[in-house]
Design a protein around this ligand. Structure first.
Ligand SMILES: [Zn+2]
Length: 483
Protein backbone atom coordinates (compact mmCIF):
# COMPACT_ATOMS: atom_id res chain seq x y z
CA UNK A 1 0.00 0.00 0.00
CA UNK A 2 2.83 2.40 0.91
CA UNK A 3 4.37 1.78 -2.52
CA UNK A 4 1.16 2.96 -4.19
CA UNK A 5 1.22 6.18 -2.12
CA UNK A 6 4.83 6.78 -3.03
CA UNK A 7 4.07 6.30 -6.73
CA UNK A 8 1.03 8.60 -6.47
CA UNK A 9 3.11 11.21 -4.67
CA UNK A 10 5.81 11.01 -7.35
CA UNK A 11 3.24 11.36 -10.14
CA UNK A 12 1.76 14.35 -8.30
CA UNK A 13 5.19 15.93 -7.95
CA UNK A 14 5.99 15.36 -11.61
CA UNK A 15 2.65 16.87 -12.68
CA UNK A 16 3.40 19.90 -10.51
CA UNK A 17 6.89 20.32 -12.04
CA UNK A 18 5.47 20.02 -15.54
CA UNK A 19 2.73 22.53 -14.81
CA UNK A 20 5.25 24.99 -13.40
CA UNK A 21 7.50 24.56 -16.42
CA UNK A 22 4.58 25.08 -18.76
CA UNK A 23 3.33 28.18 -17.01
CA UNK A 24 6.81 29.61 -16.60
CA UNK A 25 7.40 29.48 -20.34
CA UNK A 26 4.09 31.13 -21.17
CA UNK A 27 5.36 34.29 -22.81
CA UNK A 28 4.29 37.73 -21.80
CA UNK A 29 2.30 39.58 -24.43
CA UNK A 30 4.43 42.08 -26.29
CA UNK A 31 3.72 45.68 -25.41
CA UNK A 32 2.03 47.52 -28.23
CA UNK A 33 4.17 50.26 -29.66
CA UNK A 34 2.40 52.89 -31.65
CA UNK A 35 4.03 52.73 -35.05
CA UNK A 36 5.24 56.01 -36.44
CA UNK A 37 3.63 56.77 -39.76
CA UNK A 38 5.75 56.00 -42.78
CA UNK A 39 4.62 58.06 -45.69
CA UNK A 40 4.67 55.45 -48.45
CA UNK A 41 2.58 55.55 -51.62
CA UNK A 42 1.43 51.96 -51.97
CA UNK A 43 0.11 52.42 -55.52
CA UNK A 44 3.56 53.55 -56.58
CA UNK A 45 5.13 50.55 -54.81
CA UNK A 46 2.74 48.24 -56.65
CA UNK A 47 3.60 49.88 -59.95
CA UNK A 48 7.32 49.46 -59.29
CA UNK A 49 6.96 45.76 -58.47
CA UNK A 50 4.73 45.29 -61.48
CA UNK A 51 7.44 46.81 -63.69
CA UNK A 52 10.04 44.42 -62.29
CA UNK A 53 7.91 41.33 -62.89
CA UNK A 54 7.64 42.22 -66.58
CA UNK A 55 11.35 41.43 -67.08
CA UNK A 56 11.52 37.68 -67.77
CA UNK A 57 14.61 37.09 -65.68
CA UNK A 58 14.29 33.31 -65.82
CA UNK A 59 17.08 31.56 -64.00
CA UNK A 60 19.95 29.83 -65.76
CA UNK A 61 22.86 27.74 -64.55
CA UNK A 62 25.19 29.23 -67.19
CA UNK A 63 26.09 32.81 -67.99
CA UNK A 64 25.35 32.19 -71.69
CA UNK A 65 21.94 30.81 -70.77
CA UNK A 66 20.76 34.10 -69.24
CA UNK A 67 18.42 36.26 -71.26
CA UNK A 68 20.78 39.21 -71.47
CA UNK A 69 18.13 41.75 -72.41
CA UNK A 70 15.87 40.71 -69.53
CA UNK A 71 18.59 40.89 -66.86
CA UNK A 72 20.30 44.04 -68.11
CA UNK A 73 16.87 45.56 -68.77
CA UNK A 74 16.06 44.96 -65.13
CA UNK A 75 19.35 46.61 -64.06
CA UNK A 76 18.41 49.73 -66.07
CA UNK A 77 14.88 49.67 -64.66
CA UNK A 78 16.24 49.56 -61.09
CA UNK A 79 18.50 52.49 -61.88
CA UNK A 80 15.61 54.53 -63.35
CA UNK A 81 13.21 53.65 -60.53
CA UNK A 82 15.56 54.39 -57.62
CA UNK A 83 17.46 57.56 -58.55
CA UNK A 84 18.33 58.64 -55.00
CA UNK A 85 19.73 55.21 -54.22
CA UNK A 86 21.89 55.35 -57.33
CA UNK A 87 23.12 58.81 -56.49
CA UNK A 88 24.06 57.81 -52.94
CA UNK A 89 25.20 54.18 -53.00
CA UNK A 90 28.22 52.65 -54.74
CA UNK A 91 27.10 50.13 -57.33
CA UNK A 92 29.13 47.21 -58.56
CA UNK A 93 28.08 44.72 -61.24
CA UNK A 94 29.35 41.27 -60.30
CA UNK A 95 29.80 38.57 -62.96
CA UNK A 96 27.77 40.48 -65.59
CA UNK A 97 24.34 40.06 -63.99
CA UNK A 98 24.48 40.27 -60.20
CA UNK A 99 24.47 43.56 -58.30
CA UNK A 100 26.23 44.68 -55.14
CA UNK A 101 25.55 48.06 -53.56
CA UNK A 102 27.33 49.75 -50.70
CA UNK A 103 25.72 52.48 -48.63
CA UNK A 104 28.69 53.96 -46.82
CA UNK A 105 27.98 54.89 -43.22
CA UNK A 106 29.08 58.10 -41.55
CA UNK A 107 31.07 56.13 -38.99
CA UNK A 108 30.34 53.37 -36.51
CA UNK A 109 32.22 50.71 -34.60
CA UNK A 110 29.58 48.22 -35.71
CA UNK A 111 30.32 45.89 -38.59
CA UNK A 112 28.27 46.34 -41.76
CA UNK A 113 25.20 44.26 -42.51
CA UNK A 114 23.77 43.12 -45.80
CA UNK A 115 20.26 42.79 -47.21
CA UNK A 116 19.84 40.08 -49.84
CA UNK A 117 17.46 39.35 -52.67
CA UNK A 118 17.64 37.52 -55.98
CA UNK A 119 16.43 38.85 -59.30
CA UNK A 120 16.04 35.51 -61.10
CA UNK A 121 12.78 33.56 -61.13
CA UNK A 122 11.82 29.98 -61.93
CA UNK A 123 10.36 29.35 -65.38
CA UNK A 124 6.62 29.17 -65.91
CA UNK A 125 5.47 25.62 -66.53
CA UNK A 126 3.83 25.69 -69.99
CA UNK A 127 1.30 23.10 -68.85
CA UNK A 128 0.00 25.45 -66.17
CA UNK A 129 0.18 28.64 -68.24
CA UNK A 130 -3.62 28.70 -68.59
CA UNK A 131 -4.10 28.39 -64.83
CA UNK A 132 -2.85 31.95 -64.31
CA UNK A 133 -5.67 34.45 -63.75
CA UNK A 134 -3.37 37.12 -65.18
CA UNK A 135 -0.35 36.52 -67.43
CA UNK A 136 2.67 35.14 -65.56
CA UNK A 137 4.86 38.06 -66.65
CA UNK A 138 2.06 40.62 -66.94
CA UNK A 139 2.73 42.20 -63.56
CA UNK A 140 -1.02 42.84 -63.43
CA UNK A 141 -2.15 45.10 -60.59
CA UNK A 142 -5.63 43.88 -59.72
CA UNK A 143 -7.84 42.84 -56.80
CA UNK A 144 -5.42 44.36 -54.30
CA UNK A 145 -2.46 42.31 -55.54
CA UNK A 146 0.49 42.50 -57.90
CA UNK A 147 0.44 39.30 -59.94
CA UNK A 148 3.22 37.41 -61.63
CA UNK A 149 6.20 35.10 -61.44
CA UNK A 150 8.59 36.37 -58.79
CA UNK A 151 6.04 38.49 -56.88
CA UNK A 152 6.90 36.52 -53.72
CA UNK A 153 10.07 34.71 -54.76
CA UNK A 154 11.55 37.21 -54.58
CA UNK A 155 11.11 40.42 -56.50
CA UNK A 156 8.70 41.56 -53.78
CA UNK A 157 11.50 41.55 -51.21
CA UNK A 158 13.85 43.10 -53.76
CA UNK A 159 11.41 46.00 -54.19
CA UNK A 160 10.93 46.26 -50.41
CA UNK A 161 14.68 46.54 -49.79
CA UNK A 162 15.32 49.07 -52.59
CA UNK A 163 12.25 51.17 -51.79
CA UNK A 164 13.19 51.34 -48.11
CA UNK A 165 16.61 52.75 -48.95
CA UNK A 166 15.18 55.17 -51.53
CA UNK A 167 12.62 56.30 -48.95
CA UNK A 168 15.17 56.81 -46.17
CA UNK A 169 17.50 58.81 -48.42
CA UNK A 170 14.52 60.93 -49.42
CA UNK A 171 13.90 61.57 -45.72
CA UNK A 172 17.49 62.73 -45.33
CA UNK A 173 18.55 59.62 -43.45
CA UNK A 174 22.24 58.71 -43.46
CA UNK A 175 23.30 55.48 -41.77
CA UNK A 176 26.16 55.29 -39.29
CA UNK A 177 27.29 51.81 -40.20
CA UNK A 178 27.97 50.54 -43.72
CA UNK A 179 25.08 48.72 -45.34
CA UNK A 180 25.26 46.43 -48.35
CA UNK A 181 22.56 45.24 -50.72
CA UNK A 182 23.30 42.09 -52.72
CA UNK A 183 21.10 40.94 -55.59
CA UNK A 184 22.02 37.55 -57.03
CA UNK A 185 20.92 36.31 -60.43
CA UNK A 186 20.96 32.49 -60.22
CA UNK A 187 19.53 31.55 -56.82
CA UNK A 188 16.98 29.29 -58.48
CA UNK A 189 19.75 27.39 -60.26
CA UNK A 190 22.63 27.04 -57.83
CA UNK A 191 23.88 30.45 -56.74
CA UNK A 192 27.38 29.69 -57.99
CA UNK A 193 27.37 32.50 -60.58
CA UNK A 194 25.63 35.13 -58.47
CA UNK A 195 25.71 34.84 -54.67
CA UNK A 196 29.02 32.98 -54.63
CA UNK A 197 30.71 35.59 -56.82
CA UNK A 198 29.32 38.36 -54.60
CA UNK A 199 30.75 36.59 -51.54
CA UNK A 200 34.10 36.22 -53.37
CA UNK A 201 34.02 39.95 -54.11
CA UNK A 202 33.30 40.82 -50.46
CA UNK A 203 36.16 38.55 -49.40
CA UNK A 204 38.53 40.32 -51.83
CA UNK A 205 37.47 43.63 -50.33
CA UNK A 206 38.07 42.24 -46.84
CA UNK A 207 34.49 42.90 -45.80
CA UNK A 208 33.34 41.07 -42.69
CA UNK A 209 29.60 41.33 -42.04
CA UNK A 210 27.70 41.48 -38.77
CA UNK A 211 24.77 39.72 -40.40
CA UNK A 212 22.82 39.11 -43.60
CA UNK A 213 19.06 38.95 -44.02
CA UNK A 214 17.62 36.86 -46.86
CA UNK A 215 14.43 35.06 -47.87
CA UNK A 216 13.38 31.95 -45.97
CA UNK A 217 11.39 32.60 -42.80
CA UNK A 218 7.76 33.58 -43.19
CA UNK A 219 4.90 35.06 -41.22
CA UNK A 220 2.15 32.58 -40.55
CA UNK A 221 -0.85 31.63 -38.52
CA UNK A 222 0.27 29.43 -35.63
CA UNK A 223 -2.89 27.32 -36.07
CA UNK A 224 -0.74 25.18 -38.37
CA UNK A 225 1.27 24.25 -35.29
CA UNK A 226 -1.72 24.04 -32.95
CA UNK A 227 -0.96 27.45 -31.50
CA UNK A 228 -3.10 30.34 -30.46
CA UNK A 229 -0.74 32.92 -31.91
CA UNK A 230 0.61 34.44 -35.08
CA UNK A 231 4.21 33.44 -35.73
CA UNK A 232 7.06 35.26 -37.45
CA UNK A 233 9.58 32.52 -38.19
CA UNK A 234 13.20 33.58 -38.60
CA UNK A 235 15.34 30.92 -40.26
CA UNK A 236 18.59 30.44 -38.33
CA UNK A 237 19.84 27.31 -40.07
CA UNK A 238 19.26 25.40 -43.28
CA UNK A 239 19.49 21.72 -43.98
CA UNK A 240 22.24 20.18 -46.06
CA UNK A 241 21.59 18.68 -49.45
CA UNK A 242 22.60 15.64 -51.49
CA UNK A 243 21.61 14.20 -54.86
CA UNK A 244 22.78 10.58 -54.86
CA UNK A 245 22.65 8.25 -57.86
CA UNK A 246 21.91 4.60 -57.07
CA UNK A 247 23.08 2.13 -59.72
CA UNK A 248 22.16 -1.56 -60.01
CA UNK A 249 23.82 -3.70 -62.67
CA UNK A 250 23.15 -7.18 -63.96
CA UNK A 251 23.62 -9.20 -67.13
CA UNK A 252 21.32 -7.94 -69.86
CA UNK A 253 19.52 -10.12 -72.32
CA UNK A 254 16.04 -10.99 -73.47
CA UNK A 255 13.20 -10.37 -71.05
CA UNK A 256 11.70 -13.79 -71.84
CA UNK A 257 14.30 -15.54 -69.62
CA UNK A 258 14.78 -13.21 -66.66
CA UNK A 259 17.18 -14.11 -63.84
CA UNK A 260 15.95 -14.30 -60.26
CA UNK A 261 17.17 -10.79 -59.56
CA UNK A 262 17.07 -8.14 -62.28
CA UNK A 263 18.84 -4.77 -62.06
CA UNK A 264 15.46 -3.04 -61.93
CA UNK A 265 14.28 -5.34 -59.12
CA UNK A 266 17.45 -4.76 -57.09
CA UNK A 267 17.16 -1.02 -57.54
CA UNK A 268 13.50 -1.06 -56.51
CA UNK A 269 14.38 -2.92 -53.31
CA UNK A 270 17.05 -0.35 -52.51
CA UNK A 271 14.60 2.52 -52.98
CA UNK A 272 11.98 0.88 -50.81
CA UNK A 273 14.61 0.27 -48.12
CA UNK A 274 15.59 3.97 -48.16
CA UNK A 275 11.97 5.02 -47.79
CA UNK A 276 11.53 2.65 -44.87
CA UNK A 277 14.76 3.07 -42.92
CA UNK A 278 15.57 6.63 -42.04
CA UNK A 279 18.38 8.29 -40.21
CA UNK A 280 17.73 8.89 -36.53
CA UNK A 281 15.41 11.78 -35.62
CA UNK A 282 16.95 14.26 -33.20
CA UNK A 283 15.97 17.37 -31.34
CA UNK A 284 18.28 19.65 -33.34
CA UNK A 285 19.20 23.09 -31.99
CA UNK A 286 16.91 25.18 -34.25
CA UNK A 287 13.96 22.98 -33.31
CA UNK A 288 14.81 23.21 -29.63
CA UNK A 289 15.03 27.01 -29.86
CA UNK A 290 11.73 27.11 -31.73
CA UNK A 291 9.93 25.04 -29.11
CA UNK A 292 11.38 27.27 -26.42
CA UNK A 293 10.00 30.35 -28.20
CA UNK A 294 6.53 29.07 -29.13
CA UNK A 295 5.92 26.10 -26.81
CA UNK A 296 3.99 28.20 -24.30
CA UNK A 297 1.47 29.20 -26.99
CA UNK A 298 0.68 25.66 -28.07
CA UNK A 299 -2.61 24.03 -27.18
CA UNK A 300 -2.85 21.38 -24.49
CA UNK A 301 -1.20 18.85 -24.36
CA UNK A 302 1.39 20.16 -26.84
CA UNK A 303 2.29 23.06 -24.54
CA UNK A 304 3.10 20.59 -21.77
CA UNK A 305 5.11 18.39 -24.14
CA UNK A 306 7.03 21.35 -25.60
CA UNK A 307 7.77 22.80 -22.17
CA UNK A 308 9.03 19.57 -20.61
CA UNK A 309 11.45 18.26 -23.18
CA UNK A 310 13.61 16.70 -20.47
CA UNK A 311 10.82 14.16 -20.16
CA UNK A 312 8.90 14.29 -23.42
CA UNK A 313 11.67 14.29 -26.05
CA UNK A 314 11.11 10.68 -27.27
CA UNK A 315 7.37 11.27 -27.51
CA UNK A 316 7.87 14.52 -29.37
CA UNK A 317 10.32 13.06 -31.89
CA UNK A 318 7.99 10.14 -32.54
CA UNK A 319 5.01 12.43 -33.01
CA UNK A 320 6.82 14.84 -35.31
CA UNK A 321 8.45 12.03 -37.28
CA UNK A 322 5.03 10.65 -38.19
CA UNK A 323 4.02 13.51 -40.50
CA UNK A 324 5.95 14.79 -43.51
CA UNK A 325 6.32 18.39 -42.27
CA UNK A 326 7.44 17.25 -38.83
CA UNK A 327 9.76 14.58 -40.22
CA UNK A 328 11.55 17.22 -42.30
CA UNK A 329 12.23 19.11 -39.07
CA UNK A 330 13.61 16.24 -37.01
CA UNK A 331 15.61 14.12 -39.43
CA UNK A 332 17.33 13.75 -42.78
CA UNK A 333 14.72 13.09 -45.47
CA UNK A 334 15.00 10.86 -48.55
CA UNK A 335 13.01 11.55 -51.72
CA UNK A 336 13.54 9.29 -54.75
CA UNK A 337 13.01 11.60 -57.73
CA UNK A 338 14.37 10.02 -60.94
CA UNK A 339 14.38 6.51 -62.41
CA UNK A 340 15.89 4.87 -65.49
CA UNK A 341 15.80 1.24 -66.69
CA UNK A 342 16.08 -0.47 -70.06
CA UNK A 343 15.29 1.39 -73.25
CA UNK A 344 12.84 -1.24 -74.52
CA UNK A 345 10.07 -3.12 -72.77
CA UNK A 346 11.33 -6.57 -73.84
CA UNK A 347 14.98 -6.01 -72.86
CA UNK A 348 16.60 -6.61 -69.48
CA UNK A 349 18.30 -3.50 -68.16
CA UNK A 350 22.05 -3.97 -67.77
CA UNK A 351 22.04 -0.91 -65.65
CA UNK A 352 19.17 0.64 -63.70
CA UNK A 353 19.56 4.03 -62.07
CA UNK A 354 17.70 6.17 -59.61
CA UNK A 355 18.40 9.58 -58.12
CA UNK A 356 17.44 10.17 -54.52
CA UNK A 357 17.33 13.69 -53.13
CA UNK A 358 18.31 13.97 -49.46
CA UNK A 359 17.93 16.98 -47.16
CA UNK A 360 20.42 16.58 -44.37
CA UNK A 361 19.52 17.36 -40.76
CA UNK A 362 21.79 19.83 -38.90
CA UNK A 363 22.77 16.89 -36.66
CA UNK A 364 24.02 14.74 -39.59
CA UNK A 365 26.81 15.15 -42.14
CA UNK A 366 27.28 14.07 -45.76
CA UNK A 367 29.58 11.27 -44.50
CA UNK A 368 26.94 10.08 -42.02
CA UNK A 369 24.43 10.04 -44.83
CA UNK A 370 26.66 8.02 -47.17
CA UNK A 371 27.30 5.47 -44.41
CA UNK A 372 23.57 5.22 -43.77
CA UNK A 373 22.79 4.68 -47.47
CA UNK A 374 25.50 1.98 -47.79
CA UNK A 375 24.16 0.22 -44.73
CA UNK A 376 20.61 0.37 -45.98
CA UNK A 377 21.01 -0.65 -49.64
CA UNK A 378 23.93 -3.07 -49.32
CA UNK A 379 27.08 -3.51 -51.40
CA UNK A 380 25.37 -4.58 -54.61
CA UNK A 381 24.15 -1.04 -55.27
CA UNK A 382 26.76 1.44 -56.47
CA UNK A 383 26.52 5.00 -55.20
CA UNK A 384 27.55 8.22 -56.91
CA UNK A 385 27.39 11.67 -55.35
CA UNK A 386 26.01 14.03 -57.99
CA UNK A 387 26.16 17.02 -55.65
CA UNK A 388 26.18 17.41 -51.90
CA UNK A 389 26.79 20.01 -49.24
CA UNK A 390 26.68 20.05 -45.47
CA UNK A 391 23.92 21.66 -43.36
CA UNK A 392 24.63 25.29 -42.50
CA UNK A 393 25.78 26.42 -39.09
CA UNK A 394 23.16 27.62 -36.59
CA UNK A 395 23.05 31.41 -36.24
CA UNK A 396 22.97 32.81 -32.73
CA UNK A 397 19.60 33.86 -31.30
CA UNK A 398 21.26 35.90 -28.53
CA UNK A 399 23.22 38.05 -30.95
CA UNK A 400 22.78 41.77 -31.46
CA UNK A 401 21.69 41.00 -35.05
CA UNK A 402 18.90 38.67 -33.98
CA UNK A 403 17.72 41.28 -31.50
CA UNK A 404 17.61 43.90 -34.26
CA UNK A 405 15.47 41.65 -36.47
CA UNK A 406 13.26 40.54 -33.59
CA UNK A 407 12.86 44.09 -32.33
CA UNK A 408 11.87 45.33 -35.79
CA UNK A 409 9.27 42.57 -36.11
CA UNK A 410 7.88 43.38 -32.64
CA UNK A 411 7.65 47.07 -33.39
CA UNK A 412 5.77 46.50 -36.64
CA UNK A 413 3.77 43.38 -35.92
CA UNK A 414 3.20 43.32 -32.15
CA UNK A 415 0.70 40.45 -32.39
CA UNK A 416 3.36 38.09 -33.77
CA UNK A 417 5.55 35.77 -31.72
CA UNK A 418 9.08 35.74 -33.15
CA UNK A 419 10.49 32.25 -33.39
CA UNK A 420 13.76 30.80 -34.69
CA UNK A 421 13.31 27.95 -37.10
CA UNK A 422 15.02 25.42 -39.36
CA UNK A 423 14.80 26.06 -43.11
CA UNK A 424 14.26 22.72 -44.84
CA UNK A 425 14.97 24.15 -48.30
CA UNK A 426 18.04 26.01 -49.58
CA UNK A 427 18.76 29.71 -50.11
CA UNK A 428 21.65 31.80 -51.43
CA UNK A 429 22.41 32.94 -47.89
CA UNK A 430 24.30 29.76 -46.92
CA UNK A 431 27.12 30.93 -49.20
CA UNK A 432 27.72 33.89 -46.88
CA UNK A 433 29.01 31.67 -44.06
CA UNK A 434 32.59 32.63 -44.96
CA UNK A 435 31.94 36.35 -44.39
CA UNK A 436 29.53 36.30 -41.43
CA UNK A 437 28.33 34.21 -38.49
CA UNK A 438 24.88 35.79 -38.57
CA UNK A 439 22.69 34.44 -41.35
CA UNK A 440 19.00 35.12 -40.85
CA UNK A 441 16.14 34.34 -43.19
CA UNK A 442 12.94 36.35 -42.97
CA UNK A 443 10.31 37.79 -45.30
CA UNK A 444 8.14 40.49 -43.69
CA UNK A 445 4.99 39.93 -45.76
CA UNK A 446 1.87 38.93 -43.86
CA UNK A 447 -0.12 37.94 -46.96
CA UNK A 448 2.45 35.26 -47.83
CA UNK A 449 0.79 32.95 -45.31
CA UNK A 450 -2.20 32.64 -47.65
CA UNK A 451 -0.23 32.55 -50.89
CA UNK A 452 2.66 30.20 -50.07
CA UNK A 453 1.33 27.58 -52.50
CA UNK A 454 1.70 29.99 -55.40
CA UNK A 455 5.50 30.11 -55.06
CA UNK A 456 7.03 28.28 -58.05
CA UNK A 457 3.41 27.65 -59.16
CA UNK A 458 0.54 29.44 -60.90
CA UNK A 459 -0.93 32.75 -59.68
CA UNK A 460 2.07 33.91 -57.66
CA UNK A 461 1.04 37.25 -56.19
CA UNK A 462 1.92 39.87 -53.58
CA UNK A 463 -0.73 41.74 -51.61
CA UNK A 464 -0.16 45.46 -51.99
CA UNK A 465 -0.73 46.19 -48.28
CA UNK A 466 1.86 43.54 -47.42
CA UNK A 467 4.31 45.04 -49.87
CA UNK A 468 3.91 48.41 -48.16
CA UNK A 469 4.55 46.80 -44.78
CA UNK A 470 7.62 45.07 -46.21
CA UNK A 471 9.11 48.42 -47.27
CA UNK A 472 8.43 49.83 -43.83
CA UNK A 473 10.00 46.77 -42.23
CA UNK A 474 13.33 47.26 -44.01
CA UNK A 475 13.29 51.01 -43.37
CA UNK A 476 12.82 50.30 -39.67
CA UNK A 477 15.47 47.59 -39.75
CA UNK A 478 18.04 49.99 -41.19
CA UNK A 479 17.29 52.53 -38.46
CA UNK A 480 17.23 49.97 -35.67
CA UNK A 481 20.58 48.57 -36.77
CA UNK A 482 22.09 51.99 -36.11
CA UNK A 483 20.67 52.39 -32.59
ZN1 LIG B 1 13.87 32.57 -53.72
Amino acid sequence: MIAVYIILALIGLLAAVMAVNTVRKKPIATAMQSPQPFDLDKDKLAENLSGMIKFKTVTSSTTQGCDKDAFLGLHAYIERTYPLLHKTLEKEVVNTYSLLYKWAGSGSDKKPFLMMAHMDVVPVDERTADKWTYGAFSGAVADGYVWGRGALDMKGQLVAVLESVEYLIGQGYAPKRDIYIAIGHDEESMGTLGAQKIVDRLTEKDVRLDFVIDEGGVMMDGKLMNMDAMVAAVGICEKGYADIRLIAESAGGHASRPPKQTAVGALAKAIVALEKHHMKPTLNKPLEYMLFAVGGYMKFPLNVIASNLFLTKPLLLKGLGAGSTGAAMVRTTAAPTMLKGASASNTLAERAEAVVNFRISPDDTVDDLMAHIKNTVGDAIKLEIIQAYEPSGVSDTNSEAYKIIKGTIHAMFPEYVVSPYLMVAATDSRRYASVTDGIYRFQPFRSMADDLDTIHAANERMHIDSLREGVEFFARLVKKADE
